[in-house]
Design a protein around this ligand. Structure first.
Ligand SMILES: Nc1ncnc2c1ncn2[C@@H]1O[C@H](COP(=O)(O)OP(=O)(O)OP(=O)(O)O)[C@@H](O)[C@H]1O
Length: 851
């Protein structure tokens, strides 16, 4: 590691001026492309003069849609559009590969968020994802490849404010270029910025180990394991953008899904992809994976563990079978003055025949309904037959049988009791009887996943039956019991998905018929329009002008109708982006799925996620040392092997870009306790004061908290940081008191929390987020409350980018003893309520770990 800083600045102003000119050219081009896209969108499919052949207008509709997408992309990339430049050694030619042509045979390339060409189609800006841009990310002082220099361009709006150079080969630069070397390490400058409450992209400073993650191939499962702050999230999001760029054909159609831990986190990262020119990626928490259900309720860790475990799959399967009944007494119903019956053995046969059909419950039900109705219809026919048979038998016994009757009897001998038409009519008549329907519904109801689960959880007897079959203990069955109208929890969502898989869609025959009819209507209109146009061509038929006019109008009208219908359909489809359509469709198969904080997913959640990506093209991002969910992962193999049988590859990120070294030393002690097998990541930053400790007051409530928060806010908003964010991460026990002490602070994992300068969170809610200053209240309580010991504490103390303070009643837990040691080193007495944290200016950051 170690970036070579070049201080030999000869003419920074000249370099700035020159580069500003180029940057201005790039923005002018962006504006021109935006204007063009905007015009196409404004004009719409009917824009350029109206009329025209059907095909041409449809093509224009598609072009409009494409322009709308492009406009979206061009709009997102305004900030920091052009951020880099690479100069290859003068004796080297442009890199080979698919983009070499795009780059042209030159030795200087400008790198940006998207690719742009000038009015002569010459490349002006190389997309950061293109192969030609790769040296920008991979060159290091020890292996610079063909690069002589990497230059970072720092923009404020459209103005170039600074240039940072890393020179790999001074001799490889021209004399003119040698005189324009300026700069400071771009990475550290980026890291030292104050936090804004939103994650920003790091496209200008991606590091080599991250670049490998980002550009890894699409197929298969890539696990990115890395400690806190190693850029897992940010690398995963850049990977989404990279994959969409390199495999746009497939992924734009099938979509990319990013699964994250909670709604606050999703909001935290939502700006990153649009900033990289991608606005079409679906973002969802596990609680949002089932369309139409919002998981709002909380539940105890015991129930979350239970619902997250694989036994639930067996339980749901039993729950579905439990709704397919064949009572011991068989079936009996009064109808039309008779009692119709299906005998127990026959009913069981019917149920088993339906179960054996390789289909879902709701589809099997159709066969069940059919067979039961048939059995009832036959029973009715037999009873009628018997009724008429009695007087007939008497006549036969009398021996006085008229000739016509004998003939009828002979004829009927070979006839079935009911022919096809009779049977159909009889079944329809029975199905029209509400009592019959009710009876069949009781035996084999049509079910939605929501019905199945809410009715199961509210039915102690059913839980008893079903839970027993899935080897649930009595206590576990009791844990699942709850009222039928209870709100859904996050761990219910994978269960709903599991149920949906077994139940299948409700019988939507009517809806399907409607859709088919609508489709036929469009096709017929199109066909007719074509025929009319073909048959009314002036050259083709010499009919009187008046007729021609009528035919032309007629054709025009039908073309309009067909187009309107087609365009409506087209737009109904396209107005929704791929991401939106995918999010509304439970069965959507994504082209790639990225799971962030993946260690938090339960076994049942993995089943739901895997269903969404049948190709098993996934990026799994997380840190098993941060697993807070007791139903979450302890090792990647545990979770993934059953789906891909060991065929997953792991990439480790080892550098921490967030947490300063002083805080990381404390975190390393905690890690040694909670996950000794994990290596703490190496911090890049060395710029914050050591963590401090503050004692709680006598009531166990941090009465001095507001003052501490105010002091911290002053620290982080002055001293070259500007904007700043602070989080108070508290144990559940102290949470209410902390909230009461800080009435103006936002609390909880709400999206608004990110916009507030001060937010109160639980360790769980802070997952994936970061703040300039973090105050951890009651670390001992956090350890005690955490189902997995110190894992939650590890998360809490690694959220700070700059300053951390611990607030504790009494002694700190032994794993935090390093904090005291620092107190002693500093020689500042830690009087009650007085922090030991230094407010002095930061030492100069070191770049040593940056590469
Ligand atoms: N190459 C980089 N250039 C600049 N900043 C970076 C780089 N890599 C990571 N960062 C910054 O480091 C911080 C941590 O990144 P990120 O949140 O992606 O880490 P993480 O591994 O997901 O952390 P955690 O596991 O704690 O959630 C972010 O502010 C991110 O912008």
């Amino acid at each position: 590691m170690g970036i070579r800083q070049v201080e030999d600045v000869k003419s920074p102003e000249a370099a700035l001026r020159e580069e500003q000119e180029y940057v201005t050219r790039v923005y002018t081009r962006l504006d021109a492309e935006r204007d063009e896209a905007e015009r196409t969108v404004r004009e719409g499919p009917g824009g350029t003069g109206g009329g025209g052949a059907f095909q041409a207008r449809l093509e224009r509709a598609v072009a409009t849609d494409e322009a709308a997408r492009r406009l979206d992309r061009l709009t997102g990339v305004e900030r920091g559009l052009c951020f880099g430049r690479i100069d290859h050694r003068r004796d080297d030619t442009a890199p080979e590969g698919e983009d070499a042509d795009e780059a042209g045979p030159r030795d200087t390339f400008y790198i940006g968020r998207i690719g742009l060409r000038d009015e002569h189609r010459e490349p002006l800006l190389i997309d950061w994802r293109a192969e030609a841009a790769r040296p920008f990310y991979t060159a290091t002082p020890t292996s610079p490849g063909t690069l002589a220099r990497r230059r970072h361009l720092h923009l404020r709006l459209r103005e170039l404010v600074r240039i940072d150079d890393e020179v790999f080969d001074l001799d490889g630069l021209s004399t003119a270029d040698q005189s324009t070397i300026v700069g400071e390490a771009a990475l550290l400058a980026t890291l030292r910025r104050g936090r804004t409450g939103r994650m920003s992209d790091v496209v200008a400073t991606i590091q080599e180990e991250q670049d490998q993650v980002i550009r890894a191939g699409l197929p298969g499962v890539l696990v990115v394991q890395g400690g806190p702050g190693t850029g897992k999230t940010v690398a995963a999001l850049h990977r989404a953008a990279y994959l969409l760029y390199t495999h746009r054909e497939v992924l734009e159609r099938r979509g990319v899904l990013v699964v994250g831990p909670n709604a606050t986190f999703m909001r935290y990262i939502e700006q990153v992809l649009p900033g990289l020119g991608e606005s079409d990626v679906a973002l969802a928490t596990v609680g949002e994976l089932f369309p139409g259900v919002r998981a709002t309720a909380a539940e105890t860790p015991e129930v979350a563990i239970l619902k997250g475990g694989l036994r639930m799959a067996g339980m749901i399967e039993s729950a579905v079978r439990d709704r397919q009944r064949a009572p011991q007494e068989g079936l009996e119903i009064e109808n039309d003055g008779m009692v119709l019956r299906v005998e127990p053995a026959r009913l069981r046969e019917i149920r088993d025949r339906a179960r054996n059909l390789r289909a879902s419950h709701n589809v099997q039900r159709r066969l069940f309904v059919h067979d039961v109705l048939q059995a009832l219809a036959v029973d009715r026919a037999e009873q009628y037959d018997k009724m008429t048979d009695e007087p007939l038998q008497e006549i036969l016994r009398s021996g006085n049988v008229p000739q016509w009757l004998q003939e009828l009897l002979d004829e009927a001998e070979d006839q079935p009791l009911l022919d096809g038409t009779d049977l159909k009519l009889a079944k329809e008549a029975l199905w029209a009887e509400p009592a019959v329907r009710q009876l069949i519904d009781d035996l084999w109801p049509e079910l939605t996943p929501q019905q199945l689960l809410s009715e199961l959880f509210a039915d102690a007897a059913a839980l008893e039956r079903v839970g027993g079959a899935a080897a649930l203990t009595k206590a576990e069955r009791a844990d699942l019991f709850r009222p039928a109208d209870a709100e859904w929890t996050v761990s219910d969502v994978p269960l709903l998905d599991e149920a949906a898989e077994l139940l299948g869609a409700p019988d939507d025959a009517a809806e399907r018929a409607r859709l088919r009819a609508a489709q036929r209507e469009v096709e017929a209109e199109e066909q007719y329009a074509r025929e009319v146009i073909e048959s009314t061509g002036v050259e083709q038929i010499g009919i009187p002008e008046i007729d021609l006019l009528n035919a032309g109008e007629l054709a025009e009208r039908h073309v309009e109708d067909a187009l309107e219908l087609a365009e409506r359909q087209h737009y109904d489809g396209l107005r929704l982006t791929t991401a939106q359509r995918a999010a509304a469709d439970r069965e959507w198969a994504y082209g790639h799925v990225i799971v962030d904080e993946a260690q938090e997913l339960s076994e049942m959640a993995w089943r739901a996620v895997m269903r969404k990506v049948p190709t098993r093209s996934l990026t799994v991002v997380g840190d098993v040392a941060q697993t807070g969910n007791p139903a979450g992962a302890r090792s990647w193999g545990d979770m993934l092997d059953r789906y891909v049988h060991g065929r997953w590859r792991e990439q480790r990120l080892m550098v921490n870009y967030r947490t300063p070294a002083a805080i990381m030393r404390i975190a390393a002690d905690v890690l040694a306790e909670v996950a000794p097998e994990q290596t703490p990541p190496e911090p890049v930053r060395d710029d914050g004061p050591p963590p401090g400790v503050v004692r709680m007051d006598a009531e166990g409530i941090p009465g001095g908290l507001p003052a501490l928060v105010d002091a911290e806010l002053i620290q982080i908003t002055t001293d070259r940081i500007g904007e700043g964010r602070l989080a108070v991460i508290a144990s559940a026990a102290t949470h209410p008191a902390v909230r009461a002490a800080l009435p103006d602070a936002e609390a909880g994992a709400t999206p608004e929390a990110l916009d507030s300068p001060v937010v109160v969170l639980t360790p769980e809610e802070s997952k994936g987020l970061e703040f300039d200053s973090v105050i951890v209240v009651d670390p001992a309580g956090i350890i005690d409350e955490s189902p997995r010991g110190g894992h939650d504490l590890y998360v809490a103390i690694t959220r700070a980018t700059r300053r951390m303070t611990l607030v504790q009643d009494g002694d700190l837990p032994p794993m935090l003893s390093g904090v005291k040691a620092q107190e002693e080193i500093q020689g500042e007495p830690g009087a009650a309520g007085v922090q030991s944290q230094s407010g002095s200016a930061d030492p100069e950051p070191s770049a040593d770990a940056a590469r």
